[in-house]
Design a protein around this ligand. Sequence first.
Ligand SMILES: [Zn+2]
Length: 419
Amino acid sequence: MSLTKGREIEDGRSVLVSPQNGSLEGLRDRNRQRVVHALSQRGLASRADLARSTGLSRTTVSSLVSELMAAGLVVEREDVEGGSPGPGGGRPPVFLALDRSAGAAVGLDFGHSHIRVAVADLSHAVLAEQEIEFDVDGRGTEALDRACELVDEAIEQAGIARDAVVGVGVALPGPVQLKTRQLGSTTILPGWSGLPMGEVLSERLGLEVLVENDANLGALAELSFGAAKGARNVVYIRAYSGIGSGLILDGRLYRGADGTAGELGHVILNENGPMCRCGNRGCLETFAAEGPILELLGRTHGNDLTMHAVVEMAQGGDAACRRAIADAGHHIGVAVANLCNLFNPNMVVVGGTLAAAGDLVIGPMRDAVDRYAITSAAHDVEVVAGVLGERAEVLGALALVFAEGDGAFPLRVAVGSPA
Ligand SMILES: [Zn+2]
């Protein structure tokens, strides 16, 4: 069966495409593409889920799914979590996924001192994953070489053909300008500043590349794989040496006019406060990022502290570490209360090293949100710790390909002409 042109099976009949029904055929092509894209985005979905997310009727979805199954592009999956009986005790829904032959996505995450890579099929199953320590800040050029090698290794380890890769999502530790896809800050990875990273990597890898900043990808990851699954309006906070946030508004990543939306770390809490790396005073980062927390505790706990150690000591009952984490949670909560007033999210997810402190940071955040946000904007908001830890960015890079990669790729694979 041809999936793109000529004859196709419609309602059990073979339909010849003629000039008169060509537009009908075009519509069916587009609908088929919408179903495939919705499946790629969700990983697993029932026919009813697909009808909801594409806006197509149940009958149309069922008929398109039958075609796609006959072509070997879509498979039914039984062993799925959530496949329990419905509220009426009826049959659990049957979940569908794109077949492994439909394609694969690659995620690549550059931190300041690590590179991580992952490969997943379009049902979102991770097939290979690897992380190495690397001085990305200091050795930018070699970092690119090493990353390309890691991508090659991961594709091989996953056992997939290179021409089955739909796209490569790339997480960068700074704001990425929408128009130029360059890093927007010259203070972050100075060696890469002004480089069109997407183009550079795409040329090196011979694959389609999508770049995005790490906090936005953390948000997409928790939405697709983690704590925010199924939520529509999510604020994701990424608290490491800097504090960023990713905003999911009405189910989609919100980037702003040029990709800099969500710079929560530079919300001003006290205009006479400490000097920030951005040139302003009293930004959230100057109170709640790793640096100021470690500096505060350095006086009593020594100068070689790490944030992991602080979290561990806090959980072991160390009063100063508990207080420092609670204060950071409170300060982030004040900024989040403002976000709640502006965006009325249903979920706030905290990622980064602070997230490992669990209730020690979430509790004070929640209290600050309750105290400073107007009741109607925040009374229903759930404040939770992220569940993906240090994998959030690389999984988010995969999610970016699922959501925004070439949605027609699996259909071209099915007719034997990938890319
Ligand atoms: Zn600042």
